[in-house]
Design a protein around this ligand. Structure first.
Ligand code: GLU
Length: 289
C-alpha cells in the first residue's frame, strides 16, 4: 500500500492565525502517525486578494511552528492549464454555461423573486443563482462572450446531477450538524456554482478537486466551514472520473467571545504570538494539540 498523502492548502490573502496552525499541525500529526506524506499547496488563484508577502509569511510561520513539508510546493497560479483542461472536459459534456449578470443584478433578480416566494440560499447563506443565463439562445451567448463583457462559467447543476446520480463521501471528522461516516452529498444545495470566470481559469472548487487528484491526496483534513463544499467537490470528482479522498473536517477555533477567528484579528495571528515570545509548544497547547 502506498503511504497516505495529506495536504495543507492555505490561501495567501492574509496572515495565518491559530485556526490555520490547528489545521496545519493536525495534518502534520495525522501524516506522521500514519507514516504518510505531507504536502503544502498555495491556493493563489484569486490574484486580486493574494499577495507575495502573505505567501512568504506562510512559509515562515509554518517553519516556525516546526512543520516540515515536501518540496516543491504546488502554487495554483502556475497550473492554470490543468484547470482549463478540466473545465473543457466538463464543457464537452454540455455542463458549462456562461452567465453575464453582475453581482448587483443577481441580487436584484433574487429580491424580485423573494417578494413573490421564499428563495433558496446555499450552505454559506448566499442566494442561489436564478439560472436565467441558461435560457439565452446560443447566438446571443456567443455574441456577448465575443463582446468582451465579463462573465462567469457555471455548472449546470441539473444536467450534472442527471449524469452523476446519488453519491456520498467518507467523513472521518464531523459536519456542523454532527454528520459523520458516510455522508450523502447534496450538491444541489449550491445551485449552478461558478467554476471559472472570463479572466480566472478556475474557482476554488475546480482547482481544489483537480489538485487533490493530481497530487494523489488520500486524506483531506480541513475546517468545518468547507464541510458542505465537499458535496460540490465529490460531484466534480465523479464528473471528471477522479478518485475520492477521505475527508476529515474539524471544528473551527473560536475566540473568547465565541466568534470565528479571522485573518484580520491580530490577537490570534501567528506573527503577533511569535513577536510576543510565545513558543511553538505554547501554540500547540493553546489549540489543544
Ligand atoms: N484554500 C482554502 C482556504 O484557505 C482551503 C482549501 C481546502 O483545504 O480545501 O480556506
Amino acid at each position: 500500500m502506498p503511504p497516505p498523502v495529506f495536504r495543507f492548502a492555505p490561501s495567501p490573502n492574509g496572515y495565518l492565525h491559530l485556526g490555520h496552525a490547528y489545521s496545519a499541525l493536525l495534518n502534520a500529526d495525522l501524516a506522521r502517525q500514519a507514516g504518510g506524506r505531507l504536502l503544502l499547496r498555495i491556493e493563489d488563484i484569486d490574484a486580486t486578494r493574494c499577495r507575495p508577502e502573505f505567501e512568504a509569511a506562510i512559509y515562515e510561520d509554518l517553519r516556525w511552528l516546526g512543520m516540515v513539508w515536501e518540496m516543491p510546493v504546488r502554487r495554483q497560479s502556475e497550473h492554470f492549464a490543468s484547470y482549463r483542461a478540466a473545465l473543457d472536459r466538463l464543457a464537452a459534456k454540455g455542463l458549462i454555461y456562461p452567465s453575464f449578470e453582475s453581482r448587483a443584478e443577481i441580487a436584484r433578480m433574487v429580491t424580485e423573486r423573494e417578494a413573490r416566494a421564499a428563495w433558496s440560499r446555499d450552505p454559506d447563506g448566499a442566494p442561489l443563482y436564478p439560472g436565467t443565463a441558461k435560457e439565452l439562445p446560443a447566438r446571443e451567448r456567443e455574441a456577448l462572450m465575443a463582446s468582451g463583457v465579463p462573465y462567469a462559467l457555471r455548472l449546470d447543476m441539473a444536467a450534472a446531477l442527471a449524469i452523476a446520480g446519488d453519491f456520498d463521501w467518507r467523513e472521518e471528522g464531523d459536519g456542523p450538524g454532527g454528520e459523520t461516516g458516510l455522508v450523502v452529498a447534496r450538491p444541489e444545495a449550491w445551485g449552478d456554482v461558478i467554476l471559472a470566470r472570463k479572466d480566472t481559469p478556475a474557482s476554488y472548487h475546480l482547482a481544489v478537486v483537480v489538485d487533490d487528484a493530481l497530487q494523489g491526496i488520500t486524506d483531506v483534513v480541513r475546517g468545518q466551514d468547507l464541510f458542505w463544499a465537499t458535496s460540490v467537490h465529490r460531484l466534480l470528482q465523479r464528473l471528471l472520473d477522479l478518485p475520492a479522498p477521505r475527508y476529515r473536517h474539524h471544528a473551527l477555533l473560536r475566540d473568547a467571545a465565541g466568534a470565528k477567528l479571522s485573518k484580520s484579528t491580530r490577537a490570534t495571528g501567528l506573527r503577533e504570538l511569535w513577536a510576543e515570545g510565545v513558543s511553538p509548544a505554547e501554540v500547540r497547547r493553546r489549540i489543544g494539540l
